[in-house]
Design a protein around this ligand. Structure first.
Ligand code: TXA
Ligand code: MG
Length: 310
């Protein structure tokens, strides 16, 4: 084990905040059973306390220990998707503080695949609550330098594990009945191969089923539009394109020249940050097909655009 991971694990056990890489986005971690430590996450992010956190553990056994009644499908889901970008929500054990779950009787749990996350969780030996390591409402970090720039002075350590491979957050699923609470790094189609039909609530139902899913999120400072017809005319304009460059823009970021949705997801947040740093007047994001990882991409883009409206 590297000295950095040992030091980060010690810091977590002492109740300090540690940012660490996962395959989806960088997480802002704290000892999940230590209320004071978890409270620091909400303070550092400026996150409202009604928005519950995901608890990260190194393996299925550790995950099972956090659920009061492990769901029947847990083993099948774990065999297929863990370690990886899937978060499972089910009834929690009493040991998990209300601060973590925002008072709900369920807990969201995931086993991340990034080797550094895995090593950290094993070394820490405690469950680690971790939201994405960005100020509340901002674009999620997919590189260590994104975390350093926005939260560097709020954490004891930032572990650098390179760029995140998946690039969008985990898919969140509740069971009995299977319900998609957030589209993410595991495609709905893949989940359905294991679970059968999965309900996909509309945007309004999300707010009760998954309390943290605020519609306005992933905000760029530059106003972002999904429909160029809605964007004000003139000014310096940036385009977040899916496959190819279009005319009429001062800057264009192409997410995937080959039209690969997984590649587009991987590059999405960093491209949004690069465009946002140029001090443009308008950002237009091109819609992508809503299949596979395209669902997660469109979810993030819609919320980035909703943020603009108010
Ligand atoms: O990929 C990810 O999931 C990343 C990495 C760091 O693991 N984490 C992440 O956390 O995206 P965060 O805090 O940005 O999003 C967590 C969301 C909450 O906003 C809420 O929608 C949902 O998870 N959630 C957490 N606990 C829940 C619960 N008990 N019931 C329903 N939804 C829950
Ligand atoms: Mg987040």
């Amino acid at each position: 084990m590297s000295d950095a991971i040992r030091a980060a694990a010690d810091a977590l056990r002492r109740g300090e905040l540690v940012a660490f890489p996962t395959e989806t986005v960088y997480g802002l971690g704290a000892h999940a059973l230590d209320v004071d430590a978890v409270t620091k996450i909400f303070e550092a992010k400026g996150r409202p306390r009604f928005d519950p956190l995901i608890v990260h553990v190194p393996n299925l056994d550790a995950a099972r220990a956090l659920f009061a009644e492990p769901p029947a499908a847990l083993d099948r889901l774990a065999a297929e998707f863990w370690p990886g970008p899937l978060t499972v929500v089910a009834k929690k054990v009493a040991a998990i503080p209300d601060r973590v779950t925002a008072g709900h009787d369920t807990v969201a749990v995931r086993v991340p695949a990034h080797p550094m996350a895995k090593a950290l969780l094993e070394a820490a030996g405690v469950p680690v609550a971790a939201p994405s390591a960005n100020p509340f409402g901002a674009v999620s970090p997919t590189r260590a330098e994104h975390v350093v720039a926005q939260l560097g002075d709020r954490v004891s350590m930032v572990l650098d594990g390179g760029p995140c491979e998946v690039g969008v957050e985990s898919t969140i699923v509740a069971l009995d009945p299977p319900t998609l609470l957030r589209p993410g790094g595991i495609a709905l189609e893949s989940l359905e191969r294991v679970l059968g039909a999965v309900a996909v609530p509309g945007a309004e139902e999300y707010t009760t089923a998954s309390p943290g899913r605020l519609s306005k999120h992933y905000a760029t400072a530059t106003p972002l539009y999904l429909d160029p017809a809605e964007a004000p005319e003139g000014g310096r304009r940036g385009l977040l394109a899916f496959e190819q460059v279009s005319d009429g823009y001062d800057v264009v970021e192409v997410l995937s020249p080959s039209g690969d949705l997984a590649e587009a997801a991987q590059r999405l947040f960093a491209a949004m940050r690069r465009l946002d740093a140029l001090d443009l007047d308008v950002l237009v994001a091109e819609p992508v097909p809503e299949v596979g990882l395209g669902r997660a991409i469109m979810d993030r883009l819609r919320r980035a655009a909703a943020r603009r409206a108010g």
